[in-house]
Ligand binder design. Structure first.
Ligand code: IMP
Ligand code: MG
Length: 172
């Protein structure tokens, strides 16, 4: 069965624009701004970055792995070395907040590395899946979604469906 559209591209575009304005406003007097982009969130990251008002902002991609094969995450978060971010106001950007382990780990690492502040931004929030040690909520969040496996707009299952324009539900 093909994935079923849940959030259409036009609606995503509108919300991403709002998130960009929100983050820009929140950082109007907090510079330098560094967008720390999770590599799996490349569609959202590319669109969001172009809605950030500050031309001085720096962008860095970070490779983080938490999931094994398929739809189940292993619970362990492996992260490559962080870029230089001492003194920077860091916004960590990911596609979806699920268990919350990934963003809790990246946020803690960014604080430990001497950033001036760390906030978090996700396109999607699946609150039903949160674990106690995970990040409870993102500072900036696009849509709350039900407990289903989602693909498209960067989200994948083992490398498939990432290039779909809509966020879709993958029916079992
Ligand atoms: P967390 O650490 O459990 O919050 O997981 C975050 C990561 O798991 C995200 O960056 C996604 O890569 C992946 N993930 C969580 N839920 C989904 C989903 O429904 N579809 C695709 N990837 C997901
Ligand atoms: Mg990811």
């Amino acid at each position: 069965m093909p994935p079923r559209p849940l959030i259409r591209a036009a609606e995503i575009r509108r919300r991403v624009r709002e998130l960009g304005r929100e983050i820009s406003a929140a950082h109007a007097d907090r510079a330098p701004l560094l967008l720390l982009l999770m590599d799996g969130a490349f569609c959202f990251a590319a669109d969001l970055a172009r809605e950030i008002a500050s031309p001085e902002a720096r962008l860095a991609f970070l490779r983080v792995r938490s999931s094994g094969a398929g739809t189940e995450s292993s619970g362990r978060v492996e992260m490559e070395a962080l870029p230089e971010l001492a003194g920077a106001h860091v916004v960590v950007v990911d596609d979806i907040l699920d268990s919350g382990r990934t963003l809790a780990a990246v946020r803690a690492a960014a604080l430990a590395a001497g950033s001036a502040s760390v906030s978090t931004c996700v396109l999607l929030d699946k609150p039903s899946r949160r674990v106690p040690e995970g990040l409870a909520r993102a500072d900036h969040s696009g849509f709350t979604v039900p407990e289903a496996f989602l693909v498209g707009y960067g989200l994948d299952l083992d490398g498939r469906w990432r290039h779909l324009r809509d966020v879709c539900v993958l029916e079992p």
